[in-house]
Every structure is written in C-alpha cells, then in structure tokens.
Design a protein around this ligand. Structure first.
Ligand code: CAA
Length: 387
C-alpha cells in the first residue's frame, strides 16, 4: 500500500515531486544523521536548493522564480522533510516568510535588489519577529525603530531566528510607535535587514533538542542604522504583514510535519518486516498492525487537509483558519506518529543509532514554532465564533 499522496497530481507536479525526492534521497538523506550529531549546517544546501529553483518556487518568473502554485511547493517540501527536517525548515522559512512579504508588500526596487537574488538562491532569507519576552504574544515586541533623517535606528534583540546567521536578507519587525504613544499591533513596521549594516551582529546560537542542523540564533541590533528605503510597505502595518506571511508559513510547517511523520512510518513498517520476537516477525502481531494502521491513517488525514487548504489558496480563496488547522493537525500527527515509531522500535528506538530518535526530537518543534498548537487553536476558535 502506498504512503504517497492521494491527491491527483498534474504531470508537472509529479515531475517536481520526483525531482525533489531524488535530490532529497541522494543528496540530503545520507548526511542527515551526521549533520544532526554535529549540529552542522551545510551551506551547500543553499546553492543546491537554489539551483533546483526550490528557493523561488512561488515567485513569479518575472522576479526570477519558478512561478509555481502552493500545492506543488508543498509536495516538494514534504519530500525534503522526509529526508531531513532541518533542510525543510530552511526551505519553508525562506519561501514562506521573507519571500511572501517582499512579494506582496515590497516595492519594485526592493523586489529587484532582494527578492530576485533570493528566488535564485543567491541570498537566503530569514524572518525576525519573536523576542525573548514576545513569543506567542508577538504584538508585544519591543525592538525599537526611531526615524533619523534618511535612516531608521533599530535597537534591541531578536530571538529564535531560523537561518539568521547565514541569511543575506532578514525581514525584521520593530516598533515604530513612540514609548509615550503605544499603538499595539498597529505600532509595528517591517524592515529589510542585511548583515552588512553597522550595528548588526549575530548573538547566541541556540543548542536545541531537534532540528540541530538548522541554526537558530539571536540577532542583535545595536543602534543599527537602516536606510529609509528598507521600510517594507506602510509604516505601522508590519504586524499584519507578519501574520499574513505566517498564514502561509504554517502550510510549510504542516508539509514539514507530514514529511517527518511519513518518514517515521516508513521506517516503522520496514522494521516491523524484519524484527523477530517470540518466534515471529513483529508485523504479525495485531498490536503492531493496529499501531501502523493508525499511523498511516493520521499521515493521510494530515496531508489531505493540508492539500485541500493549499488547493483552496491556489484558487484564490481566503484560507486563514484552515492553514492553522493544517498546521495543528500535521504537527500533532508528527509528534504522535514519531512517538509510536519509538515504541515499535522499542529499546532500539531510544538509541541514537536508529533514526526514529532524531525524528521524534525534530517533530516536537513543529508544535511550537510559527505559532504553538495553542495559538493555532486560538486562531481557529476565533474564526469559528467571530460574528
Ligand atoms: N491577516 C491579516 N491581519 C491579521 C491577521 C491575519 N492573519 N491576524 C491578525 N491580523 C490583524 C488583526 O485584524 C488586527 O488588526 P486591527 O488592528 O485592525 O484590529 C491586528 O492584526 C492584531 O491582531 P490581533 O488583535 O488578533 O492580535 P493578538 O495580539 O491578539 O495576536 C495572535 C494574535 C494570533 C495570537 C498572534 O499574536 C500570533 O499568531 N502569535 C503567534 C506568533 C507566531 O506565530 N510566531 C512565530 C514566530 S516566527 C517563526 O517561528 C519562524 C521560524 O523561524 C521558524
């Protein structure tokens, strides 16, 4: 029985899926365990993903991208995640957050200077919203931007920035309201930051439970001078832009989660086919079959909701809470399925010699970043009860 998508694919989508799977299985999968062990970020991935066009999948051809639809992008992302969740988050954050912001709200000059090289894979993108005191409550962020002639001066520290130490372009949210007149979510603006700006430094690199091959860093802005033409869109709209980008990003994290869960299921089936106990292959035990059946059902359900949300988005429909549903279901599926995988592997599952241990650690963050499961439930609950 196939674990692959039930969604009917066009010939082009099937071709991109095959391309992504071949690349992921040949170039990434053999290295994933080693990169995880050494917490090693592999820079060649940026070049390779860029050469494939995978860092500009959603960017129209006129801006240097492949101009593909969301469903095709998410199908490719699942394949990358099924090889290495760390590589998948690099691709997801880049394509969803900074790229979507520049595509929707960047002006022509910003698109030419930043979006085009990002779509070619020459510049990696990052997204800096969270701060140590502003995680789920993102609108309470405190990095301050003050206008000074033709520049803005940004002061403060951003936390948990994926790929922040390798990014050539960072879309950062900062307060542009004044301490005496705070405007909440409407007092936040978005700036294009590049590492060459005076006052920019990379701070602490986090030592994480999972996704160890994907760097997560602090970014320190010490009276950093940012040219005024780096403001994205309208002043005071940065929080709304960030939320809209996250609506897109959450689809990417859902695809990453489906990839992790599918990989754990594939490994579990293979193990059940070879492991003998009590004189039998363990696949013959109903207890193992029931587990595998529930795992497969959840993987297919999570993917079906994700693909339905992506297809609706591609038809131009508003999908707000459905992206949260897709992320919620897929990330909780990844955590549950990887937990079952450890149980099927037993003692071996708990050892670092076997890959399911890494998948279990990688799965956890999908319930946390780009909005915790609790935040997704808030978004869904508000949409259901909004009159
Ligand atoms: N689209 C457009 N506008 C939106 C929006 C959306 N999806 N969501 C909110 N807004 C608007 C609201 O309409 C509101 O506008 P008004 O000022 O006109 O009323 C404004 O934004 C403020 O919205 P809320 O009142 O709903 O704001 P809130 O403070 O209650 O927060 C929240 C809402 C959903 C809890 C939000 O804070 C949230 O999503 N928090 C989680 C943050 C998050 O996901 N962080 C991820 C960090 S990035 C990351 O992880 C990337 C990585 O590197 C992997």
């Amino acid at each position: 029985m196939s674990l692959k998508s039930l969604t009917p694919l066009t010939p082009d989508q099937a071709e991109i899926q095959r391309l992504a799977r071949d690349f992921a299985q040949n170039e990434i999968a053999p290295c994933a365990a080693e990169w995880d062990r050494r917490s090693h970020f592999e820079p060649r991935l940026i070049k390779q993903l860029g050469d494939l066009g995978f860092l500009g999948m959603l960017v129209p051809e006129e801006h240097g991208g492949l101009g593909l639809d969301n469903l095709t992008y998410l199908i490719a992302l699942e394949e990358i995640a099924a090889a290495d969740a760390s590589a998948a988050v690099l691709m997801s954050v880049h394509n969803s957050l900074p790229t979507q912001m520049l595509l929707k709200y960047g002006n022509a000059d910003q698109k030419r200077r930043f979006l085009m090289p990002m779509a070619h894979g020459e510049l990696l993108g990052a997204f800096a919203l969270s701060e140590s005191e502003a995680g789920s409550d993102a609108a309470s962020l405190s990095v301050q931007a003050v206008r000074d002639g033709d520049s803005w001066i940004l002061d403060g520290t951003k936390s948990w920035v994926t790929s922040g130490d390798h990014a050539g372009v960072i879309l950062a949210m900062a307060r542009t309201d004044t301490p005496g007149m705070r405007r909440g979510a409407r007092g936040i603006s978005t700036f294009i930051i590049t590492p060459d700006l005076p006052g920019f430094t990379v701070g602490k690199r986090e030592d994480k439970m999972g996704l160890r091959a994907s760097p997560t860093v602090q970014l320190v802005f010490d009276r950093m001078r940012v040219p005024a033409d780096r403001l994205v869109g309208d002043e005071g709209q940065g929080f709304v832009y960030a939320m809209q980008s996250l609506e897109h990003g959450r689809l990417g994290i859902a695809a990453q989660s489906v990839g992790i869960a599918r990989h754990a299921l594939e490994l579990s089936i293979a193990y059940a086919n070879e492991r003998r106990q009590f004189g039998h292959l363990i696949k013959e035990f109903e207890g193992i079959q029931f587990k595998l059946a529930d795992m497969a059902t959840r993987v297919h359900s999570a993917r079906a909701l994700l693909h339905a949300a992506a297809a609706a988005k591609d038809r131009g429909e508003s999908v707000g809470p459905f992206t949260s549903m897709a992320k919620l279901q897929a990330s909780e599926t990844a955590m549950w399925v990887t937990t079952q995988a450890i149980q099927i592997f037993g003692g071996y599952g708990y050892m670092k010699d076997y890959p399911v241990e890494r998948l279990f650690r990688d799965a956890k963050v999908t319930e946390i970043y780009e909005g915790t499961s609790e935040i997704q439930r808030i978004v869904i609950g508000r949409a259901l009860t909004h009159s």
